[in-house]
Design a protein around this ligand. Sequence first.
Ligand SMILES: Cc1cc2nc3c(=O)[nH]c(=O)nc-3n(C[C@H](O)[C@H](O)[C@H](O)COP(=O)(O)OP(=O)(O)OC[C@H]3O[C@@H](n4cnc5c(N)ncnc54)[C@H](O)[C@@H]3O)c2cc1C
Ligand SMILES: Cc1cc2nc3c(=O)[nH]c(=O)nc-3n(C[C@H](O)[C@H](O)[C@H](O)COP(=O)(O)O)c2cc1C
Length: 756
Amino acid sequence: MRIAVVGGGPAGLYLSILMRKIRPECELTVFERGAASDAFGFGVVFSDETLTVFEHADPETYSQIAERFTRWSDIDIHHRGSATTSGGHGFSAIGRRELLRILQERAVALGADVRFSTPAPAVAELGWADLIVGADGASSAVRSAMTRDFVPSLDRRRCRYIWLGTDLVFEAFKFFIAETEHGVVQAHAYPYDEGMSTFIVEMHERTWKRLGLGEMAVDDSVAWCLELFADALSGHRLYSNKSRWINFVTVRNRRWCVENVVLLGDAAHTAHFSIGSGTKLAMEDAVALAWAFRSFGDDVFAATAAYEAERRPIVESTQRAAQASLEWFEGIGRYVDQERLQFAFNLLTRSRRVTYDNLRLRDPEFVRSVHPDPRPPMFTPLRLRGLELPNRVVVSPMDMYSAVEGTPGDFHLVHLGARALGGAGLVMTEMICVSDIGRITPGCAGMYRPEHVSAWARIVEFAHAHGGAAVGAQIGHSGRKGSTRLMWEGMDEPLAAGQNWEVIAPSAVRYGTRSQLPRAMTREDMEIVRDQFVSACRGAAQAGFDLLELHMAHGYLLSSFLSPVANLRDDEYGGSLECRARFPLEVLDACRAVWPADKPLGVRISATDWVDGGFDPDQAVAFARMLREHGCDVVDVSSGQVTPMEKPAFGRSYQTPFADRIRHEVGIPTIAVGAISSYDDVNTIIAAGRADLCALARPHLYDPNWTLHAAAEQEYDLVQWAPQYRAGSRKPPAGRDRVRSELERTFEEVALARDP
Ligand SMILES: Cc1cc2nc3c(=O)[nH]c(=O)nc-3n(C[C@H](O)[C@H](O)[C@H](O)COP(=O)(O)OP(=O)(O)OC[C@H]3O[C@@H](n4cnc5c(N)ncnc54)[C@H](O)[C@@H]3O)c2cc1C
Ligand SMILES: Cc1cc2nc3c(=O)[nH]c(=O)nc-3n(C[C@H](O)[C@H](O)[C@H](O)COP(=O)(O)O)c2cc1C
């Protein structure tokens, strides 16, 4: 087999080593445009967990690399004159030049034909090769020659950074946070050999421009960095090595292999340097591709397809973590005022991969200092106006589509009742509709007839009588998403012919191609709907609810007023955000006026429509500010469902950054929601200050007792089990016999309690 490798970076060289090892008969040529001793940057860092793969793949290279590793386990965060240390992390670093030298020598020793200072021929001229490997980095020419096949997307990020080195050898991974009159500037620094450390300086593009760094010669800008970080560098120098101020580009490709051409490493995908994974990913790609050839022999198509299938999910997961991390640094300005320890915890958990529990394992003392309260963060109470919630868990609103003529029945009593017994601090109802045509489906619940009030009161009374949860009513109007089928009969599908009711919306714009065309509302319609909200609000107060939430999310009526995709009005209710927000705020004002003053009122929003030209996180921040000014107490931050054209970026707690941003920029309590499923996630979000409450929907369908179980797992006893269930409050230990003895003990306790 003849292999052409374009690029002699970590990916190309490591692949060459492994291919020559497993297929010594293959002819392998590496084209590297730089000289052997050329290498940009300084050191690269690997986390301890990542090294075993390399140890197994080629022990010879591994031992050479490992011998030269500089190792440490602390992360120090220097901010506003003090340093905060978190230990137990486990890192290894090596100079990039040294790494490349080891890989080059090993590749050559194994018989690869490595041609330095040789730009690769164009892909079309590599017809002689059975396999062409594009390992030519983030600006890959191989990829550019075949953009139609690989379909790359290049996301140029908002920060500028420069990769520098210093002759100060740090004893830990260091973050230096400097505040200038034009914004925050951070340095990421770590040692990589006995004489040097990497020193990457990064800041928002806006800050970089205002500081005038773009107009300076690079050397002058480096001198500026030296001055800014003078304390950190304590008299040592900063060095550059082909260093420039650049914007990080996240590279993604729809395909990584096309015919006999395959992309590897940065050519296929990049991950922001703040999670230190680029070199590791590039080298792991090489392992996966070489191993695929070991399984599939000369079958290039099968091997490259297997490589992509294996690597893609792992890489995408790392890219999601890298994305969270880079966005955190892009928005660092909003966190610098946090208390020192919380800021440090927030920084350390920014990628969502390191969590409260991880940190507790790594450095329990650090976590204790961040959260000295003996209660886990999720079990700390929260006060909103006169309402004291016992903990930070919310049963998120979930439509059950099981009401009859708007009346919630026994199903709702059992469903909400079970969740009220399950330990969450706040149980939200599904969207309670303000009128019959404001329902989404004929199964949706309402608050527009007297019998609705008494039916809801029965549920609230049950919840108040048993268990310690507060109960919140979510009130809304379906708008253009109304008159559709029950969820399990066809979500968003109109009802059968003849059964539909007229739907109303800010503009006559359909939701989906099959949806009904709504009628654009008149001012009179708005007054009617506003009054219906007020009447539903009064009903909720009468039924005894503890909290009211107005549903302004997910494309329903008030949400569609906010969204430029759904609201095309040219009167004072459409156009600018102020105008689009006018009607939702009129409803809020009217509701706040009748909702009891000591009870909190929240609003659920979709922080982004996930489409170009739609409602976006900047508008969400501006709108949240208006909500606060109009007496809203908490913003429940969801996203999307406003248009079927949306392209959401799903992932673990993917909506939490919107809640985080609103909380910090507006200074209003927020509820985070969406793909939060573990108590560790909840503890992390609360301890980092990303939100005040966490709402979980599907996890509560799986386990109504989610919070009680989370308490048991954490060995936290002070949650309120209903007395009827208390005998089951201890998690039985694993193993049949132990379960039996535990149960016997419990029975004994019960018997003793009854007859002491
Ligand atoms: C500031 C910064 C800090 C980083 N820190 C870390 C870190 O701490 N840990 C970590 O793991 N990763 C880090 N990375 C990422 C890491 O550098 C890359 O992910 C890694 O180098 C990717 O390896 P690669 O082989 O895919 O690409 P590259 O290392 O970019 O290698 C590509 C090679 O192809 C050659 N080439 C390009 N075009 C041609 C052509 N037409 N003909 C011939 N040769 C060509 C180039 O000269 C280059 O040698 C960092 C990156 C940056 C920017
Ligand atoms: C069956 C079901 C019904 C839902 N109904 C509502 C609703 O009535 N109102 C609302 O705001 N969100 C509703 N949602 C959205 C959830 O409240 C929540 O935002 C979403 O499911 C993401 O959270 P999760 O990942 O914890 O499930 C519903 C979700 C589900 C699964």
